[in-house]
Design a binder for this molecule. Sequence first.
Ligand SMILES: Nc1ncnc2c1ncn2[C@@H]1O[C@H](COP(=O)(O)OP(=O)(O)O)[C@@H](O)[C@H]1O
Ligand SMILES: O=P(O)(O)O[C@H]1O[C@H](CO)[C@@H](O[C@H]2O[C@H](CO)[C@@H](O)[C@H](O)[C@H]2O)[C@H](O)[C@H]1O
Length: 466
Amino acid sequence: MSRPEGTALRPRLERALAAWLPWQRWFGGKGRPVAGVEVEQLVELVDQRASGGPLGLLAVVAVRFADGGDAERYQVPIGVRTALPDRLAPAVLAGFDGCVVYDATGDAELNAVLLRLIGQRAVRGGVGFTPEPSFAGASKRGLVGRPIGAEQSNTSIVYGDRYILKLYRRVAAGLNPDLEAHRALRRARSRHIAPLLGSIEGEVGGEPATFGMLQAFAANAAEGWAMAMTSVRDLFADTDAAPDAAGADFAAEARRLGGAVAAVHADLARELGTGTADPRSVADDMLAHLEPALVAVPGLAPYADRLRAAFAGVGALRERVPVQRVHGDLHLGQVLRTPATWLLIDFEGEPAAPIAERTEPRSPLRDVAGVLRSLDYAAQHQLRLFHPTPELRRRARRWTAHNREAFTAGYAEAAGGDPAGRLLTAFELEKAVYEAVYETRNRPDWVDIPLRAVRRLLGEEDLDDR
Ligand SMILES: Nc1ncnc2c1ncn2[C@@H]1O[C@H](COP(=O)(O)OP(=O)(O)O)[C@@H](O)[C@H]1O
Ligand SMILES: O=P(O)(O)O[C@H]1O[C@H](CO)[C@@H](O[C@H]2O[C@H](CO)[C@@H](O)[C@H](O)[C@H]2O)[C@H](O)[C@H]1O
């Protein structure tokens, strides 16, 4: 079999990637015309072709954009085979020289190699695979690695019901905030993260960078989003029930979740430090994010002046704002309820923000606002799935208020201070503006949910709610 790698592979791979990348869910440059793709690294991980298996490579590719803005780097595990099993057909990137080249994250054989390399503390072409002590001796025999969920910012591979390996798709110089936060929370012996078991680290642009993180898989866990959605659904279906009497009342869980978020904040503060920020700089930050959002989302235009005023109002607060490392993109899809406790996952921050910005100390109220927004999302999304009658709209509002109260009470109980007031409302507004941009780019038919929230948070009556 001929070798398609090296000088022959790169230009063809680059052309194929330029066409393929923009269609991937995790591609952050959506809407920006791609000017070119350069394969910066092509590391050989394994060559099993002698036994009829695949060649496994790890590519780091730089994407340049026609708008002249910053290039972005992505990680793409690559497989090369002479004959491709049918199940891998959707991952094909290119075919030449009698070989098929494909995105390897769906290839169980190559996924098994990644786990093995971590267990072996291997180094391949400058990429280091490092186990934590608790993983090094564990048996990995017979574990098949399958990617989960297409709708993610990265690609996570689950091995049996034991491990989950998250491959960061967008890679940048510096320690990934997710790995950094997990290391800090492990030092703090937090009960609210999945145990950290290993990492994959290399270099981009001559600086250290994180490619992957291995954790224990919480097999018997329910996602907060699914639990909340079920609770609202039950309340809508049982027209006689009050929010706390419906089949799946979520309030007790919302309260425990509040406690878990406060405990994680306390641990992050202890491990990574605290400070205070001038309220004017908090306001400037909100205003700086607002302007590009107004350009990206035409539906925000009617609220532009009131949003500017609400954010500027934060600058007038008398007290300095306590800041620390936070989760950064907390919502109900980022929390898992195990039989024992709530776990927080994905400390990477907002996928669209530059890495340096994501690790900046922020007010923990941003995370509180993230969960509050998510409670609203659960009720509003469930409304879209039912026929939204005035009665259901009333029920949606009651469900949200009831669970907001429970979550904030749980947070206050553990943190020793009630999260409320103008700053929290401003963070909710900031999050809703972020969501309006996110939905416009990724799920345009959802954009109404954050736009309605902006209206409500600005004190305007929702026309449908009368
Ligand atoms: N330790 C874990 N145990 C069980 N499921 C997990 C674990 N970590 C993540 N997941 C699942 O994988 C999904 C993707 O994880 P996440 O870290 O949010 O990745 P992404 O950055 O791609 O959004 C989550 O929505 C969750 O359902
Ligand atoms: O989980 P990610 O880090 O990829 O976060 C992004 O995608 C989320 C959607 O999957 C998005 O969350 C928004 O929708 C959720 C329901 O699907 C809702 O629970 C959240 O409150 C809402 O913000 C998130 O904003 C985005 O960064």
